[in-house]
Design a protein around this ligand. Sequence first.
Ligand SMILES: *Cc1c(COP(=O)(O)O)cnc(C)c1O
Length: 374
Amino acid sequence: MGEQIRTSLVRIPLVDLQAQHRVLCQQIHEAVARVLDGGRFILGEEVLAFEREFAEACEARYAVGTASGTAALHLAFASYGIGPGDEVITTPLTFIATWEAIACTGARAIFVDVDPETLTIDPAKLETAITSRTRAIVPVHLYGFPAAMEAILPVARRYGLRVIEDAAQAHGARSGGRAVGSMGDAGCFSFYPAKNLGACGDAGALVTHDGAIADRARRLRDHGRADKYVHLERGYGYRLDELQAAILRVKLGHLAAWNARRRELAKHYRRVLEGLPINLLPNKDEGVYHLFVIRSEARDALREHLWQQGIEAGIHYPLPLHLQPACAHLGYGRGDFPVAERAATEVLSLPLYPEMSPSMVEAVATAIQDFFDP
Ligand SMILES: *Cc1c(COP(=O)(O)O)cnc(C)c1O
């Protein structure tokens, strides 16, 4: 920063989980104490109550608590009998877990490029990817914004495909008047601590209207158990635990207010960033801004500049899945999904969390302005 001495360097983190905990501390300690005193830690009252409450929040008939979002996705595929020889279509611009869960079943992931505006899976490109082996489509509601479900669902219906929503970044988002997670055959959520609804550790859930699928997911998450010593099929150790469920019940009550606050702060960002040579993603009222993402061809230098000023901007995601070393065996290469590849070089996530102040948003905008107009 030249000779300029910045004495008032403030750290603005991408997310601040301690700020949230300070507000909820007392309630969370009470919830944890309730579980510890009760002495029941696995599949008890708290998990049951959370499942009831989360299903209601998602406008779905059933919720099944799981050990993580990845486990929820894997269970959704497994419950629908997806496995070796099958193909599952998804986006290359997502967290690696979307692919991992598909791969866990033995099915093959087929990537389809994203829409250049929304960066969610491009429905116009879906049909060319469908083969006789295709079983499901996995739209990812990236950054808190619903994928184009109104276009995806009819294609899935026409070809008899399941739609498994990866809603790990979109708790509480809506699309066409419906809650995400409840529009497809199953919706999968992560409660990783930094998500819009986060546990104090790993946790997740699957929601569905289909009672048979909910039953099978419940069985599979608990070692295929029919009762204590009888196992109907090979399952997994994918249970949500009582402590996390009790904590999530406290936090679920705040989700709507937190999402409203995220939208307000995003609106403020849009106001203060106006006129700067950066691109914003489309604003949709029903999104929940898991991240506030801007685009710039000078992304890497801009990010470096922000970090030097204590502003911890992130990148989601710098390498699309088809270029990840872990996916090399799928045989994709550079140039296969140009829209996702270009986005990966341009996207930058600015700090955003409900406890952030408008003046922090302004400080971020000022730092961006400094970068373009020093
Ligand atoms: C966080 C996330 C997951 C995985 O969730 P975990 O709880 O970390 O297993 C899956 N998909 C997306 C899009 C995510 O952001």
